[in-house]
Design a protein. Structure first.
Ligand code: ZN
Length: 448
């Protein structure tokens, strides 16, 4: 194994101990709660990785001198090393309907989503899209995602297999829909239960993969199907749940018609025992204080999907109310309702949503939400999300010189917060120089 500061990033593949030198930032808590004590920043730092896990983190001067002779040092000076981004809500089967024009949620599902998802009955198609999607995640610096597949078992196999061969930590599940959808994407309460049970047995806990019971949303499941979702969670402790709630006013009104006994949309899920730890609900826009209290009390998390909420005209997420209620919040790209798989683009739009709501999303809190906050929303913050010793070494390397405009703005940015803000307002996949999974480089921009 070559050694010394000139070693290339690919040498990290050789295993053993590798040190990565550059500017390093991570979080140990929420800046909205802890202020400056929430982050750790090393202008010239070293992240030491052994067997895929963080072995040490510190300033270069002291950390390099403590390395054993001959240790490999990868030089990322001039770039910013962060924990890998966590996307808490995305649909891989909607990759091909991103940027589809002119509809709000319910019409958008009918016109674009269901026809696209019907194609996933073909395992070959599912495999091809899954491969493309995972490569895109890595190109955007996203190392963990919670992913909707489709109604078809083969779509779940495809996304898990694509993540498994890259050793990614990923959560996914088969969509459950037994009413109000075309037959091509419909299951039954019993077949959905049986398929989910078999998929849990096959994939949950295998390598770095986790299974999520995945009712699309209340309007497309019968009460019997929602009841069986609760049973799946009861029978399989540790399994996740993902769904949507309170995205669009028309959808909220439809739920009130379908479940006349419910106090609110969220209350439907609550009734079937679906609010719990490891449950993640996308959007959470049209909620009331009681709903937020229920989410906080049960440990369920919200996924804030800014680009999707703006694109579909759904509404403005209330980040302040969520924080004050003590609810876990992560960020979601929600492609294909969302318009980018880039967490930097998502942060840009999240900032604007908060501006429109009369709130401010600080640069530090933004990057917390994209990393440790997302990990905490998924109850994975004991494994990923920051660089504590023992954590899985998934990280992203950002390049402040990725475009002429960004380089120019960065040259005039003196403080860390200014540079983070320039990354999130001006950045996209071009700002991602490299992405590492368990220390190993899984993506480098332009293949250089
Ligand atoms: Zn969604």
């Amino acid at each position: 194994m070559p050694s010394g500061p000139s070693a290339s990033a690919d040498d990290a593949n050789a295993g053993g101990l590798t040190a990565f030198r550059g500017e390093i930032l991570d979080f140990i808590g929420d800046p909205a709660t802890l202020g400056d004590a929430a982050h750790r920043h090393f202008p010239d730092g070293v992240l030491v990785v052994r067997d895929g896990r963080v072995a040490a983190l510190g300033p270069a001067a002291s950390t390099l001198s403590a390395l054993p002779a001959g240790a490999t040092v990868i030089d990322y000076r001039g770039k910013l090393i962060l924990p890998g981004f966590v996307d808490t809500h995305v649909h891989f089967a909607q990759t091909d309907v991103i940027a589809s024009y002119g509809a709000q949620l319910l019409e958008w599902l009918e016109r674009y989503t269901f026809p696209a998802e019907a194609r996933f009955a073909d395992p070959g198609h599912a495999h091809e899209v899954a491969e493309f999607f995972i490569a895109e995640l890595l190109r955007n610096g996203t190392t963990t995602a919670m992913v909707f597949a489709t109604t078809h078992v083969s779509s779940v196999d495809a996304i898990f297999e694509a993540a498994r061969v890259r050793a990614m930590r990923l959560i996914a599940g088969k969509v459950l829909m037994d009413r109000n959808v075309p037959e091509t994407v419909r299951d039954t309460a019993d077949s959905g239960f049986a398929d989910s049970k078999a998929l849990i047995g096959k994939w949950h806990g295998r390598d770095r993969l986790g299974y999520a019971v995945t009712p699309r949303f209340a309007p497309t499941s019968t009460e019997r199907q929602l009841e069986l979702c609760g049973r799946l969670l009861d029978e399989h402790p540790g399994v996740f749940l993902q769904s949507h709630v309170a995205e669009n006013r028309g959808e909220v009104a439809w739920v009130a018609e379908l479940f006349p006994w419910s106090r609110s949309y969220l209350d439907v899920y609550d009734h079937y025992g679906l609010l719990r730890e490891r449950s993640v609900f996308a959007h959470c826009i049209h909620l009331d204080p009681t709903d937020r209290q229920r989410m906080a009390a049960t440990g369920a998390a919200m996924s804030f999907c800014a680009t999707s909420n703006l694109f579909l005209g759904s509404g403005l997420f209330d980040a302040k109310a969520a924080h004050e209620a003590g609810v876990r919040v992560g960020l979601g790209t929600d492609v294909g309702g969302g318009t980018s798989l880039s967490m930097l683009r998502t942060l840009d739009e999240s900032y604007k949503v908060c501006q429109l709501a009369g709130q401010s999303l600080s640069p530090l809190r933004s990057f917390y939400l994209a990393t440790l906050g997302g990990a905490a929303a998924l109850y994975l913050d004991d494994r990923i999300g920051n660089f504590d010793v023992g954590r899985e070494a998934d990280f992203v390397v950002l390049d402040p010189g990725s475009t002429p405009l960004m380089a120019r703005r960065m040259a005039r940015a003196e403080r860390l917060e200014e540079r983070l803000f320039a990354f999130m307002i001006l950045g996209d996949d071009r700002a991602v120089h490299a992405t590492h999974i368990l220390g190993t480089r899984a993506h480098v921009r332009d293949g250089t």
